[in-house]
Design a protein around this ligand. Sequence first.
Ligand code: DGL
Length: 268
Amino acid sequence: MADQDSRPIGVFDSGIGGLTVLKELALQFPHESFLYVGDTARLPYGSKSPQTIRKYSEQIIQFLEKQNVKAIVIACNTASSQVPEREIDGLPIYNVIEPGSQRALELSSGKRIGVLATRATVNSQAYTHKIHALDPQAQVFDQACPLFVPLAEEGWDADPVTNLIVFRYLSPLLQNHIDTLILGCTHYPILKNSIARVTGSSIELVDSGEAIAQWLSRDFKSGRLGPNKSGEPRRIDIMTTDSSAHFTEMAQRILKPAKADQYAVVDV
Ligand code: DGL
């Protein structure tokens, strides 16, 4: 029988954002294989209704199950705000809301936490509810940033226009004296330099990749996830639901120094 633990870990997002999570996981778990799905044909998720986001996410989860993955990481906050963390017949499905909330509470000195996210995530109040469930004293200030995803997809991470828009979105949070800021959309770490320029060094930034990597590491230690011990070189396969040379170019930039073995277009 083939070694079950050599199966890849499935990771998905609406587009390139989840690659910021994949990069973190690929670097932290150098022996694990990964299968990434970017739903580029239906991007963005952040402006869609909860029903549509759930429908798209469940379709990708079913697709990844059929690819025989050993775990699924929902590397999209918008999808995570609608699809619960669960286990299907022993297959763990991780979402990024609780790891990010917990990490923010660990880092926050004054429990004044800002959340930047898509409109759908802000409307769901997923972060506010989770942070309050973990610490009822914490104060949460959220801000929808609908212009960030197109800027990140376009690769405008070092553009003066991006700096201006970042400043505009962050100003209300700075007026509320946040001490920690959750980048509550996996596209936003692509704009991290512009964001950090506005927040300065006194505000801690939390991104989904680092937060979920800690959870996977904990589950590898506890034995919930079995490590790949096949001895074969690991693979990173990237699938999108639409073809685009721009996606591949951006993916190579985001993943560096990790590298994908193959890019393919799929129907989910
Ligand atoms: N990267 C996704 C997230 O984390 C959403 C981007 C989109 O709007 O599709 O929320």
